[in-house]
Write a protein that binds this ligand. Structure first.
Ligand SMILES: [Zn+2]
Length: 277
């Protein structure tokens, strides 16, 4: 058995996922940077505010302009992901329209940030089997729903990706304490938190994320990663070639992979074969 560990041999990972590209993300990014948290920001590239404005002015849900979005997220070290071009309910669209909403957003974000964009969150959390099929064909690696599991299992279906919980879930801190308190996880654990940062202003509860970040940040046994980093790592683990006798593992991917085998933690470098005994 070559059990998956996260980078560095860790058994826990934490990621955040926040939607819509609203102005309050600036404060959230500061909190994340202060405590070393990583995550993903899901953007609608067809719904930016006019330059020099936030939109709609005076409301709590305020989108930023394109240049502001580029500046705020571009150098943040966080992942940029799709949230469709104009935030429609994808289950109500014709297939061609659904393809366009996804691919238009992907292309616009890739042009804007100069990188390949592969992650997504469903607008309104709505999806269907035909929508999932379209995403597969559009090269979407994972797509987050708004379902909460209250658990730390790794996703089985990355295109119907649930979260552990929303930040307003009353289970947030009990789950955080359960996650942080697990000293010898028998399996890899993922804490996946989602929300919208405008909700902190609407509910006047920035203390919720400040408390969570202060509690969960800076821990040696947690891997702080974006959604796509976790996705890519799990794929690299799954691609390992294991010998018939279980004594050797070959890593054909481009990233190092850590496993636990025979009571030891072993790092397998990209392109290398490692002994597991
Ligand atoms: Zn949204």
């Amino acid at each position: 058995m070559a059990d998956m560990c996260f980078p560095g041999g860790k058994r826990k990972a934490l990621t955040l996922s926040y939607d819509d590209g609203v102005e309050q993300d600036k404060r959230l990014l500061d909190i994340m940077a202060k405590h070393g948290l990583k995550g993903t920001f899901n953007l609608n590239s067809g719904a930016y505010a006019p330059e020099g404005h936030v939109w709609p002015a005076g409301q709590v849900h305020r989108r930023m302009s394109k240049s502001e979005v580029t500046r705020v997220y571009g150098e943040s070290g966080q992942e940029i992901a799709m949230h469709t071009y104009q935030h429609p309910d994808l289950t109500g669209l014709l297939p061609t329209e659904c393809v366009w909403q996804v691919m238009r957003d992907k292309e616009a974000l890739e042009d804007q940030f100069g990188r390949v964009i592969r992650g997504m969150a469903y607008p309104y959390g709505t999806f269907s089997d035909p929508v999932v099929d379209i995403l597969k064909n559009c090269g979407v690696a994972y797509a987050r729903t708004v379902q909460s599991t209250g658990d730390f299992f790794l996703p089985g279906d990355w295109l119907r990706l649930p979260a552990t919980c929303h930040h307003d879930d009353p289970r947030l801190m009990p789950l955080a304490r359960k996650f942080a308190g697990e000293e010898r996880p028998w399996r890899p654990m993922l804490f996946y938190l989602w929300g919208h940062s405008y909700e902190f202003e609407a509910n006047d509860n920035w203390r919720v994320i400040e408390e969570f970040a202060a509690y969960m940040g800076g821990r040696a046994d947690i891997w702080y990663a974006t959604n796509i980093e976790i996705y890519d790592y799990v794929q690299a683990y799954r691609r390992l070639h294991i010998s018939a006798d279980g004594r050797r593992a070959e890593n054909p991917s481009a990233i190092p992979v850590w496993v636990r085998a025979n009571g030891k933690t072993v790092a397998i470098a990209p392109g290398e074969t490692a002994a597991l005994t």
